[in-house]
Design a protein around this ligand. Structure first.
Ligand code: MN
Length: 728
């Protein structure tokens, strides 16, 4: 059990050390408030909950953050774990503090663990993106550090998951933010729970060699400080063993035992000025033998996380190599506290909040590890302005292009969700489906089985290609029938053009192989693809041409009496479905309409044209509009059709009569029609140049013979001098 008094005292001490002159009364009020709110809660070890916020505030103070951050740290669990509200905290402690607390709450609620490795990158990005204020990240890191320090009270399962999360998220973030000291501590604690045996091995080795190590480090340290003092350079120098996780990593990477491991010792020389750093470097190289290729000047070229130091590796008199890091005090602060140290120096120069964050953003953007720590490359955080990170109601993160809407979100989840979407909720509130999403939003899609599917405007609303593609796909699919009809006709026309038998597509022995070659699971799907332009008929036929020829040859040889090519009578026997008295060869049940230009009737030679959207339009083969049907550009859309045996069905047809204009002619035409019991649907005349009239008559006949009979009777009328089928 840890005591409130102890923690309170050490926190106050840290605050007084790092933030002298701060308004202690405000801190006391926050402590009281938090203690009151958490009064019924206990930590896992049984101590009062308030211990935790106190410890977090102490870490935040040590980082050198400001008063608001300390208040934020003290109150960081209030919104999440107690009945405290944002408004109440804002009223009592100011809106900045309330926003910090809310920011930490958001991160606490986000589930950063138990995700696949592939999501790690997104997690880290979102972590940053969600934290509009860098202090939120720093408080959250402090929170995690204290939780790691008290990890022994957690269940083994929790220990592993929390430590994994620490390794994946928090330690890399601490590194990115240049907070070396915290990063090391997080890594060492995590290793202890994740790889307990390795951790113990290293620890017991280090303990066993402790005396030797200390003696060695002391002798080196003495040589260094003696030399430097002798030269009048004021300095602080000390040796240390590198942290456990970095030793573990080196063993792993270099596949070495501890005994074989190169440099586990690091010495630090801290001086007042930059020229002193270079002076010290000269003295170190004079005192010890240099290991070539290990010198690095991070003073003239700082690391992207602002780290500055001179690094060199040398070998002491006992033949043991060690690293020396030379830096000024300011560089030292930055190395230990990173971004937080930067914060500290900024204080009093105006809050400059926005700019600070820009700085972090840039830092994170340009971050690249150029040193040997290659493994860190995988931890690169990019802050993309063009991405937004949101949650599913179950806490899964979805990354979308900036400006994305619930429509994009729905399609990112599943196309089925998008297609069934009728509305959306953002953070549990109903919203328009074109509302732009912001980082950390919890998005819920409302779906209905009765949904009519996406609307065309969604294509212009959505921001992600994924959504756009899926919406287009839906439209493609909805128009599938039309696509299949059209695609099939194109394919078959192309087959005929190159002289391949159509029947091969239904040959059970050859068909599967052809489909495999085409990479489709059914002919219908392939026709649909041709129909919507995903594939051209020429390409499709080209792909299977050789296979078909081979198959045809093989079959011809095997059964010469029964050639594969479908004979015309076979086709006729096929039980085709007639629509409106017409059979379209090879296509079952498609829409049929009769072309107005030539109004064919049974007995006429006909051909079919596949229209865009209205099925097959039937023309007479002598119709001017069908004249170009054999030309390659059109060939694919013309299909063979024939009349079905429907004798008593009437067909509409039209005749145009060329007449010499006279009174009563219209009546004469009508009389002929009536006396022959022809059902007239339309009859009208108009004046033509040169004293002519043109009469158009639309009527019903059963076949071309009946049509010819009535046509002759009409031509017998005085002043009717010519007739023409159809109308133009
Ligand atoms: Mn906490």
């Amino acid at each position: 059990m840890e005591s409130f008094t102890e923690h309170y005292a050490s926190m106050t001490q840290a605050i007084q050390k790092h933030l002298p002159g701060v308004d202690i009364a405000r801190i006391e009020r926050a402590v009281e408030y938090a203690a009151q709110k958490h009064k019924d809660q206990k930590r896992k070890d049984g101590s009062p909950y308030i211990i935790h916020p106190l410890a977090v505030a102490e870490i935040v103070a040590e980082m050198g953050l400001d008063l608001e951050a300390i208040l934020g740290a003290l109150l960081h669990d209030c919104i999440e774990d107690t009945d405290a509200s944002f408004d109440e905290i804002a009223r009592l402690f100011g809106s900045t503090t309330a926003e910090l607390v809310e920011g930490v709450t958001k991160l606490t609620r986000a589930n950063f663990s138990s995700t696949e490795q592939a999501q790690m990158e997104n997690l880290r990005k979102m972590f940053m993106a969600m934290s509009k204020d860098i202090r939120v990240v720093l408080i959250k890191i402090a929170d995690r550090l204290h939780n790691m320090r008290t990890m022994q009270y957690q269940t083994p399962a929790k220990q592993v998951s929390k430590c994994r999360e620490t390794m994946d998220i928090y330690a890399p973030l601490a590194h990115r933010l240049g907070m070396q000291k915290i990063k090391w501590e997080l890594e060492d604690i995590a290793l202890r729970y994740l790889e307990p045996e390795s951790y113990e091995d290293i620890m017991s080795y280090l303990n066993a060699h402790k005396e030797h190590d200390e003696a060695f480090m002391q002798s080196i340290q003495e040589r260094i400080s003696q030399r430097l003092s002798g030269m009048g350079i004021s300095n602080t120098s000390y040796g240390r063993i590198k942290h456990v996780y970095s030793i573990y990593r080196k063993m792993r990477e270099q596949d070495k035992t501890l005994d074989e491991l190169y440099d586990i010792y690091a010495f630090r020389v801290i001086v007042d000025t930059i020229p002193d750093c270079y002076n010290v470097l000269g003295h170190i190289h004079d005192l010890f033998n240099l290991v070539p290729g290990r010198f690095k000047d991070y003073i003239s070229t700082p690391k992207p996380n602002m780290y500055q130091s001179l690094h060199t590796t040398v070998i002491g008199s006992q033949g043991i190599p060690f690293e020396v890091q030379i830096r000024t005090w300011q560089m030292h602060e930055t190395a230990e506290y990173g971004i937080a140290a930067h914060w500290k120096y900024k204080q009093g120069v105006g809050s400059g909040n926005e700019k600070d964050f820009e700085w972090v953003r840039r830092l994170l953007e340009s971050q690249q590890d150029t040193d040997a720590e290659d493994y860190l490359k995988s931890l690169k955080i990019d802050m993309f302005d063009d991405e937004v990170f949101v949650f599913t109601p179950k806490g899964k993160i979805v990354s979308l292009p900036a400006g994305s809407t619930p429509i994009d979100f729905a399609y990112a989840i599943h196309s089925g969700v998008g297609n069934a979407m009728t509305g959306a909720k953002i953070n549990n509130r109903i919203c328009n489906i074109d509302t732009p999403l912001t980082n950390g939003d919890i998005v819920e899609v409302i779906t209905s089985k009765a949904a009519k599917g996406p609307s065309r405007d969604w294509l212009s609303i959505c921001k992600s290609n994924q959504a756009r593609t899926k919406i287009k796909q839906w439209f493609k699919k909805e128009k599938r029938e039309e696509n299949v009809t059209y695609g099939r006709a194109s394919f078959e026309a192309e087959m005929r053009r190159v002289g391949l038998p159509l029947s091969i597509t239904i040959d059970p022995e050859v068909s599967p192989q052809l489909l495999k070659k085409l990479a489709f699971d059914s002919w219908e799907n392939m026709y649909a693809a041709i129909g919507y332009g995903g594939l051209t008929a020429v390409k499709a036929v080209g792909r299977i041409r050789d296979d078909i020829n081979r198959a045809v040859k093989a079959q011809d040889k095997a059964q010469q009496t029964n050639p594969l090519r479908t004979a015309p009578e076979d086709a006729a026997k096929k039980n085709r479905h007639a629509v409106n008295g017409v059979i379209v060869e090879d296509i079952d049940s498609c829409m049929i309409k009769f072309a107005k230009c030539c109004t064919p009737v049974p007995g006429d030679e006909i051909t079919g044209f596949i229209t865009k959207g209205f099925g097959v339009s039937i023309h007479r083969t002598d119709c001017p509009n069908a004249a170009h049907r054999h030309e390659p550009v059109q060939a694919a859309r013309w299909v063979p059709v024939r009349w079905a045996n429907v004798d008593d069905q009437p067909f509409d047809t039209t005749l145009e009569l060329d007449c010499i204009t006279r009174d009563g002619l219209l009546l004469d035409v009508a009389m002929v029609m009536t006396t022959n019991r022809i059902r007239v649907k339309e009859l009208y005349g108009k004046d033509m140049p040169g004293g002519h009239s043109l009469f158009t008559v639309r009527f019903e006949v059963r076949n071309v013979a009946e049509l010819d009979a009535i046509r002759n009777k009409l031509l017998n009328i005085r002043d009717v001098i010519g007739s023409k089928r159809g109308q133009n």
